[in-house]
Write a protein that binds this ligand. Structure first.
Ligand SMILES: [Zn+2]
Length: 222
């Protein structure tokens, strides 16, 4: 798997401190170069229908393999996008307090069961001269979510991307999600919520900074 660079904007690449980042490329942030093969998915879905004892040629199922293939192409589109592209359009601003975007909704696909998990991400960071448009944070969540995922890695990946691309003084990512593999099968615990967090920089090293950002995330809530 080689990362492709077709989506990458080079404009700020030269100014970033590539030396310190080069050795720490996050595998999960890398791109898969082949596009989603919808014909192959459709074939596989037909196989699954046969395997569970269905008749894939009955009227209601005729279009299903192709429909599922289009859906997977959408749900896994993040494999073919570079989330860094959204973080390279930062602007330079002297602001060194916490920037927080709360309740960024997402849906992703659990890689263990190929079942969706959905919820919200909260992202806080303390800039170090590089400030990013707020919608870009949502874009990053979107790209990372649209891959086969586990919530823990998704949380870590987003935090690392911000550390690396913005060189932020601190990054806090908290994700809360419901996993359908927990609610509709197996242990069947509807309403259960999985919370993961990744704290970097001052949010890791400084307890009062961490409390501040956690208060901003949970403060206004009942
Ligand atoms: Zn699962």
């Amino acid at each position: 798997m080689k990362p492709t660079t077709n989506h990458k904007s080079e404009e700020h690449a030269k100014t970033s401190d590539l030396g310190s980042l080069a050795g720490e490329a996050d595998e999960s942030a890398q791109l898969v170069s082949a596009p989603v093969d919808q014909t192959r998915i459709a074939r596989a879905v037909r196989e699954i229908l046969l395997a569970v004892g269905e008749d894939p040629d009955r009227e209601g199922l005729l279009e299903t393999p192709a429909r599922v293939a289009r859906m997977y192409a959408e749900l896994f589109s993040g494999l073919h996008e570079d989330p860094r592209a959204h973080l390279r359009k930062f602007f330079v601003e002297q602001y060194d307090e916490v920037v927080l975007v709360r309740d960024i909704s997402f849906n992703s696909m659990c890689e263990h069961h190929m079942l969706p998990f959905m919820g919200v991400a909260h992202i806080g960071y303390v800039p170090n001269g590089r400030v990013i448009g707020l919608s870009k944070l949502a874009r990053v969540v979107e790209v990372v979510a649209r891959r086969p995922q586990v919530q823990e890695r998704m949380t870590e990946t987003i935090a690392k991307l911000l550390v690396e691309e913005l060189e932020a003084k601190g990054v806090a990512v908290v994700i809360e999600a419901t996993h359908t593999c927990m609610t509709i099968r197996g242990i069947r615990k509807p309403g259960s919520l999985c919370v993961t967090s990744a704290m970097k920089g001052i949010f890791r090293s400084n307890l009062s900074s961490r409390s501040e950002v956690m208060n901003l995330i949970y403060g206004g809530r009942q």
